[in-house]
Design a protein around this ligand. Structure first.
Ligand code: FAD
Length: 312
């Protein structure tokens, strides 16, 4: 069986999330990677070096430059004839693109897969991660997205895949990119970080969110910073900091939850973290149910003390 993984990239670099999809798909059959973009030869070459990939399909055209689902989906539908599984990682890119591909192909999609039982049977979370459902599909074509934190990254070296240019589908021109606001940060990307410090509504303002959490993140060796949706909605933190069901899914070695209640929509995005530390003034806060270490206290007292202790 052959698998088509659509690569996530910015026309310059391959997003490491794609490497997790390669590991996940390795047990299903032969892996081909589709790189759709514009002037993205570096990405094509990187994809060809990934261990376990046998072929890279390159689709280079101006109308693919912004990674719009409306442009990429028709190409994937055309290519899908040769594949049993059409795959991506369950990132914002994959969540945007793959349902469109599945609908156009009129095949099912199993989203956010965390475990492959066999080539027809997959496990994935539902109800914000409260239930893990096992789904079996006996048809001959399936769209899958994989949860990156559930699978290791494939080796970026060691492969020598054949590179093939594919015939381009024509521009759809039904959508256009108006603006992309990129938050520049020296910190590691949330989903790749080994330590994440996250803050909630309790931080009270954007200034306090930054002045309390940044020194702690620095003292932990340059941790990534995350936030709850309540903190993002209140403009304490940018949108791409959001961890949870409708944000990013993270599974770092250490997750420090500061002033976070532990709503299921938040814990759905961080409960697989190896060690969870929670700081909350309410001893009954739900976050303590999943925390390995809990500190009951006012974060404005606890966090500066913890930061000072880490610096010593
Ligand atoms: P609160 O629930 O208000 O909790 C604040 C906590 O801070 C409390 O536990 C309080 O005891 C504590 N606290 C207050 N002051 C202090 C202090 N001085 N010191 C220490 N502790 C203090 N949420 C997400 O995070 N991510 C998502 O992806 C997400 N998706 C959602 C999707 C849907 C469809 C819906 C309906 C909701 C979603 N939510 C999501 C929202 C979620 O339900 C919660 O509302 C949110 O996570 C709460 O954020 P919070 O913990 O910051 O705020």
């Amino acid at each position: 069986m052959t698998i088509l993984i659509v690569a996530e990239h910015d026309n310059k670099q391959l997003n490491p999330a794609t490497l997790h999809a390669v590991t996940a798909a390795a047990g299903l059959g032969e892996i081909h990677i589709l790189v759709v973009g514009s002037n993205m030869i570096q990405v094509v070459e990187s994809a060809a070096k990934i261990k376990g990939v046998s072929k890279v399909l390159a689709a280079d055209a101006a109308h693919f430059s912004d990674g719009l689902a409306e442009e990429i989906a028709p190409l994937m539908v055309k290519l899908a004839t040769d594949y049993c599984y059409i795959v991506s990682t369950a990132t914002a890119f994959g969540k945007n693109l793959m349902p469109r591909v599945a609908a156009l192909l009129d095949v099912p999609q199993i989203s956010d897969v965390t475990e492959i039982v066999d080539d027809k049977t997959f496990v994935h979370p539902i109800y914000a991660g409260n239930v893990f459902e096992t789904v079996q599909y006996n048809g001959d074509k399936l769209v899958l997205t994989f949860r990156s934190t559930a699978f290791d990254a494939a080796d970026v070296e060691g492969g020598n895949a054949e590179i093939v240019n594919v015939e381009i589908t024509e521009a759809q021109n039904i959508s256009r990119l108006v603006e992309r606001k990129l938050i520049q940060s020296d910190r590691p990307e949330l989903t790749q970080a080994s330590i994440v410090v996250s803050g909630g509504r309790a931080l009270g303002s954007a200034e306090q969110f930054s002045s309390v959490l940044t020194p702690l993140a620095d003292a932990l060796g340059g941790a990534a910073i995350g936030a709850t949706r309540a903190a993002v909605d209140a403009d304490y933190a940018p949108n791409d900091y959001q961890v949870g069901q409708t944000g990013k899914v993270v599974a770092p070695q250490l997750y420090v939850a500061v002033g976070i209640s532990g709503a299921i929509q938040h814990t759905a995005g961080m409960q697989d973290s190896r060690v969870i530390v929670a700081i909350n003034k309410d001893p009954d806060a739900a976050i303590f149910n999943i925390a390995d270490y809990g500190i009951v206290g006012d974060l404005f007292e606890v966090v500066p003390k913890l930061t000072a202790a880490l610096k010593n």
